[in-house]
Ligand binder design. Sequence first.
Ligand SMILES: [Zn+2]
Length: 340
Amino acid sequence: MRTTVIGSYPFPAWLEFAAQHLTMFGAGDIGEMQNDAVVAAVHDQVQAGLDVITDGEQTRLDFNLSFYGYLEGIELEPAAGRRFGPPAHDQRGKHAITGEIRAPRGLGVVEEFERLKRIAPAGPVLKASVPGPYTLSGRLQPGGANRDRWAVAEALLPIVQAELLSLAQAGCMEIAVDEPSMSCYAHREDPARFVELFNRTVAPVPKSCRLSTHLCFGNYKGRAVGPRQYAPMFPAFLDFDAAEIHVEMASREFSELELIGAIADRKDVAVGIIDVKSYYIETAEDVAVRVRRCLRHAPPERLSFAPDCGLSQTARWATQKKLRALCAGVGMVRKELGLA
Ligand SMILES: [Zn+2]
């Protein structure tokens, strides 16, 4: 019954401001800001009492510092087709592919993990998160040699794979290979094909490294993009070569919760029991009720508890309260069960 998080954490206000005015800062300033932001994210997570923490993805400030900024053979997106009005995916453009896609400097996650190691106190498990090739392909425009999204994902596979191996070499024991695009589009693609792509990506990762994956329905600006049902992807997704699968339950009012029993028969299951899209702040008692519900379907040694998704779209004040409630509520049930 570990308490854990999906990668992202809200930016502090000053970081948000700085990210929009990066040209005002020098490289040294930006490096200092990145460190300070990770210090803040780690502080909040440790204060909440989480068993597993991340760097909150605080350093992926803009295009150049994001994964796409590490890729050669692509061109920064032109302005998105729609720039005003309610937030949606069409307000983000797709980057054009202009040549062979390469990442000679890697994807930056190893540096993130090294920074997290320097900053985090002893105690919590340190988790790094890398998007899988299918999710990463979502913002690249297919064309030419890369006929469709599957072909783009194939081109990205060796890059993601190399990053996973470098992370393992750097001593990272816990890596989330996140493929939310697979859960968003499983209703219209072949789920077995997704599993094959995922398993090929992670195949060379040493077994000492614990792999997990996060299957949500999208949270860009707090909005979902897929039909919010797990039925289309299971049982196929049980074949993922990952030690843990994370599913989003809180915002879906625990629909299909029995699924966690089927996952727990094969591997560990992390359950999203904090709604990152709602400003209703769960109490510790709410969390305890949700944990007990999960225990009707899966044994405690198979379960972890987490928010539904990354927290980057949830205000920091709410995030702090929600994570504290998560840890307090899980703690209450641990006590009832006589667990440490
Ligand atoms: Zn998510």
